[in-house]
Design a protein around this ligand. Structure first.
Ligand SMILES: C[S@@+](CC[C@H](N)C(=O)[O-])C[C@H]1O[C@@H](n2cnc3c(N)ncnc32)[C@H](O)[C@@H]1O
Length: 226
């Protein structure tokens, strides 16, 4: 995206209130702001959450709660989002930051490796919305879990599905991108398979929203195998 286009997109569609701004500052103080959704992409996630009329959601990879709060705000008033993150300190910081927001009670925080946590949540399925934004090598397993535990008609959203442009860049720039973003060859393989699966399986009707790093969206239209 051209720089002036991106600036217009963020300035116009990525408006933040003071709390969102505070969460963003937390990430920038640790030099990991780029791990969070951009303000405009996060507003898009909130919009998708509302559009899907989700009541029961899962977020895989919450960091400091920026995307979590957007999902919570997009949920039905009686809705709930399970926010999973492997880093319990990040979750503690998120809780402190968000505790006074009226949507705080909609968020259930679960610390631990999401691959294990998801197995403890199966009894709550089917879910209405699953947002994937944790380690890229795990996307294949998270997709597999979603095929079984998302409801038919439910929405899957996954961030970074262009994988920092590594999926379609040739050498010598490819090596540079891999280094810059810490992308492994294995993650590239997983992300290619992920995008291929949601665009070719009968289970999914999907689309790519070409944000800066790609936001794949897919409605589950058929039951996956158990
Ligand atoms: C890209 S950040 C999430 C950003 C967040 N969704 C946002 O937009 O504000 C990825 C997060 O996934 C977490 N993570 C990485 N591997 C994980 C795993 N196996 N299980 C759960 N969380 C994991 C990291 O600790 C990190 O906080």
């Amino acid at each position: 995206m051209k720089e002036n286009k991106r600036r217009y997109y963020e300035d116009t569609f990525g408006k933040e209130d003071p709390l969102l701004h505070e969460i963003r500052k937390q990430a920038s103080s640790q030099n990991i702001e780029q791990m969070q959704l951009s303000p405009a992409d996060a507003c898009l996630l909130q919009f998708l959450t509302r559009l899907s009329r989700a009541e029961k959601a899962i977020e895989i990879g919450g960091l400091f709660g920026y995307s979590t709060l957007h999902i919570a705000r997009g949920l039905h008033s009686s809705g709930c989002v399970y926010s999973l993150d492997i880093d319990s300190q990040r979750q503690e910081i998120s809780q402190k930051l968000i505790k006074d927001d009226p949507n705080f009670s909609k968020i259930k925080w679960i610390a631990g490796d999401a691959h294990k946590t998801l197995q403890t949540l199966t009894h709550l399925s089917p879910f209405d919305l699953i947002f994937i934004d944790a380690e890229k090598s795990g996307y294949g397993d998270y997709l597999k879990w979603s095929e079984t535990h998302l409801k038919v008609g439910g929405l899957l959203v996954a961030d970074n599905t262009f994988l920092f442009d590594t999926l379609f860049t040739e050498e010598p720039q490819l090596s540079q991108l891999r280094k810059e973003h810490g992308v492994s060859v294995q993650s590239e393989k997983v992300l290619k398979q992920f995008n291929e699966r949601i665009t070719s399986s009968k289970i999914w009707k999907s689309a790519m929203i070409p944000t800066i790093d790609g936001l794949s969206v897919a409605f589950k239209v058929e039951e996956g195998s158990l």
